[in-house]
Design a binder for this molecule. Structure first.
Ligand code: SF4
Length: 327
C-alpha cells in the first residue's frame, strides 16, 4: 500500500546541512502494523512528515528517493493532488493533541470540517458524521461533547478526537507519531487498543512511530529500527526481539528492565546520538559500538540481507546474531 524507497531529506540552515533522512526504505501493506523506532533525532518523524507532505520546505528538502501510495508517486503530484491524498489516502496523528487541535473551535466543528472540505458535505450532514465518529472512538455523550473545546477534554480524550479526525476519510494508511508518549500508562493502553480495533475494522495499514519497545512488542508485525537518519535493521518483530541483527537494536533491547534481572545494573548504550550535521565516517554507530573494527570506521555498511524480509546495516551482523542467542 505504501512504499518508501531510498528517501533522502536534508535541512539546509546557516549552520550547515543536516542529513535528517539518509536512504530510508520500507513498505507497509493493508492491515499491517510497521513500527518505526529509534532515539530522538534518528529521522523517524521527518520520514513521516515527508510521507504526509507536511515538511517545512525550506529549510527542508527531499533530495532523493520515492514515496508511492497504491502505486502512485506522491512526490510527483501537484499540491492539490497531494492535499487530496492527505486525509483520504494517508493520515497522521501526532503526539501532542492539544497543540494539533485548534483551541478556538469546538472539537465537533473541527472533525466536521474534514467532511465539508474533502467531501463537500453540508453543515448538518458534516456535524452528524462528526458525532458518529466521536461515538466510534468511544467518547461518552458524543452529541453533547461535540460542542466542547479541546481544553475541556482530558489528554486521552483529546487523542481520541485526533484519531477521529485521522480516520474520518477512511485512509489506507494511518501514521501514528508517538501517539501515547504524553499519556499515562493506563490511557496509553486504551489508545493502543482503540487503534488496533479501528485498524481491524477499517483494514488500514498502521505506521507506528515510537521509542517505546513495550508498545512495539505488543502491536507491531514488523519493525524498522532507525539510527542517524537511516534504517539499520528491518525485521519481523518477533525475530528482531528474539535475535537482533544489529548492535543498536541489541543495545535498545538490553536497556529494557527485566523481571528476571532484579538488582542488576541496567545496560545503557554509551555515548550520544550523532549530530546530523557532522555524521561520523563509515558506520554512523561506530563511536558507540562494542563490535566496531577498522572497517566500520572507513566503510559505511550496506543493508545486508539477513533472511527473508530481514536486513541489517552492520558488517558484522552474524556475530551479533550469534552473540545474542535465542531468548
Ligand atoms: Fe558496529 Fe561496525 Fe556493525 Fe556499525 S558496522 S554497527 S560499527 S559492528
Amino acid at each position: 500500500m505504501l512504499e518508501v524507497e531510498d528517501l533522502h531529506v536534508e535541512f539546509r540552515t546557516r549552520a550547515g546541512t543536516a542529513e535528517a533522512v539518509n536512504g530510508v526504505s520500507f513498505t507497509v501493506d493493508r492491515g499491517e502494523t510497521l513500527a518505526v523506532m529509534g532515539e530522538s533525532g534518528s529521522g523517524k518523524s521527518v520520514t513521516a512528515q515527508a510521507v504526509m507532505g507536511i515538511l517545512d520546505m525550506p529549510p527542508g528538502a527531499i533530495t532523493g528517493g520515492s514515496i508511492r501510495f497504491c502505486g502512485r508517486d506522491l512526490l510527483g503530484m501537484s499540491a492539490e493532488e497531494r492535499r487530496r491524498v492527505r486525509g483520504e489516502g494517508v493520515s497522521i496523528i501526532f503526539q501532542d493533541a492539544l497543540s494539533a487541535l485548534n483551541p478556538l473551535f469546538p472539537v465537533g466543528w473541527q472533525i466536521a470540517e474534514m467532511f465539508r472540505v474533502h467531501r463537500g458535505a453540508s453543515r448538518s450532514e458534516a456535524n452528524k458524521r462528526a458525532v458518529e465518529l466521536m461515538d466510534r472512538v468511544h467518547i461518552p455523550d458524543a452529541r453533547r461533547r461535540a460542542g466542547d473545546y479541546p481544553h475541556q477534554f482530558s489528554g486521552g480524550m483529546r487523542q481520541r478526537i485526533m484519531i477521529a479526525m485521522a480516520i474520518a476519510l477512511d485512509p489506507g494508511v494511518l501514521i501514528a507519531d508517538e501517539p501515547t508518549t504524553a499519556l499515562d500508562v493506563t490511557v496509553q493502553a486504551q489508545i493502543m487498543e482503540l487503534l488496533a480495533e479501528l485498524q481491524e475494522e477499517l483494514g488500514m495499514a498502521l505506521i507506528l512511530i515510537t521509542h517505546d519497545l513495550g508498545v512495539v512488542a505488543d502491536v507491531a508485525d514488523r519493525v524498522a529500527v532507525m539510527y542517524g537518519g537511516r534504517v539499520v535493521e528491518y525485521a519481523d518483530v518477533f525475530d528482531a526481539y528474539r535475535r537482533p541483527a544489529h548492535p543498536y537494536t541489541k543495545g535498545l533491547l538490553e536497556s529494557i528492565p527485566r523481571l528476571d534481572q532484579v538488582g542488576s545494573d541496567l545496560q545503557a548504550i554509551g555515548g550520544t546520538p550523532p549530530s546530523l550535521m557532522d555524521m561520523p565516517l563509515g558506520c554512523a554507530f561506530h563511536p558507540r559500538c562494542h563490535y566496531r573494527r577498522e572497517t566500520c570506521v572507513t566503510t559505511p555498511p550496506p543493508m545486508y540481507t539477513v533472511g527473508p524480509e530481514r536486513a541489517s546495516a552492520c558488517h558484522f551482523y552474524q556475530e551479533v546474531l550469534d552473540d545474542h542467542g535465542d531468548r
